[in-house]
Design a binder for this molecule. Sequence first.
Ligand code: PLP
Length: 405
Amino acid sequence: MTTTADIIERGKAVLIGNYARQPYVMVRGEGSLLWDADGKQFLDLFAGFGGTVLGHCHPVLIEAAARQAGALWAVGNTFWTEPQIELAEMLNRLAFAGQAFYCHSGAEANEAACKLARLRGSQEGGNRWKIISLDKSFHGRTLAMIAATGNPNYRKGFGPEVPGFINVEPGNFGALESAVDDQTCAVLMEPIQGEGGVNQYPVDYVQRIRALCDQRQITLIFDEVWTGCGRTGHYFAHQGFQGTDDALPTRIEPDILTLGKAIGGGLPVGCMFAKPALAKLLVPGTHGSTLGGNPICMAVARAVFHVIERENLTRHAADLGTWAAQRLRKEGRLQGKVVQVRGQGLMIGIELSAMPEKLMDRALAAGLCINLTAQKVIRLAPAINIPTDTWKEGVERVIDLIAAL
Ligand code: PLP
């Protein structure tokens, strides 16, 4: 009989070891539950790094994928296919008036955004090519995106660095403003930092960045790869920025929005969504992707938004997030162990007072899929349609786990 250990041994022989994999072989998922090859059940409170935003094997997504799979898989982007258009129409309704470019991942969406910002910089106002991003940010693993990412650890051993990316302290507007010069073409930032530890900024910080970008013809790129598609209680997290300083723009929209993870519901979809005045610069030959926007991924992405809208899941995510933050903050057993509970909607960071020992081992042994980032921040990001009772039970189990550390 094949055991889990046998499968892992086979995997170690043939798969590159760039992931710190846990000793479980997952074979089946349904909603927020997962089962491994030994039949052990897990409560999934991290949704595969945010990808399975509607849980595992959602029947509407299965239907959308199967129907499209029986009609057309791929034709190349020299033809029109309607699922691409329908998804972009949806983004126009739910985000802002814009035009879409599709790819397969968040990193690729950010690459496209940075290329477009540089293209604008090369055409408007001289030779502008520098891109400012924030310390503790994460934007992906390509050569350019590790330069953009505000954590030098991701760059070690991969030099020389792609030039033109400057990291500044998040939340410090003065630092960002002084980093801007005549060669700056873009600011790239997450509305809430994910990998960096679920870090939020004061709204007036973002307001001032928007105003600065307007004054200096700088492209503002919001990387909503983690925060997009309903997770934070808004379709897109920037819609939750309510400007407090009336002298500055109160409605804070990016010039380019990048999406990944959740937009494909678990299939590989990335999207760069740009305001039309910018988007028009990408003429034939400037950028592309062979399978980006393939009809199956597009049909599923469209169904993801249908379900979020129909079931009012932004509200659900907001309510469950508010409940959890309150519950976690008032639990006496966590005093001294938890420094801060952060986040919005179902993107929650629980900062511990010390680096926990064997947290992931303990969580998985207890049947809980969670995540640890920035050394001591537990992240919870379940499917946004997780049933209320399941979520409440999950949060109680996370409390027990932390209390026992
Ligand atoms: N941007 C953000 C904010 C992310 O959190 C990630 C991945 O975690 C990425 C970009 C990269 O996305 P992908 O892994 O799909 O390339």
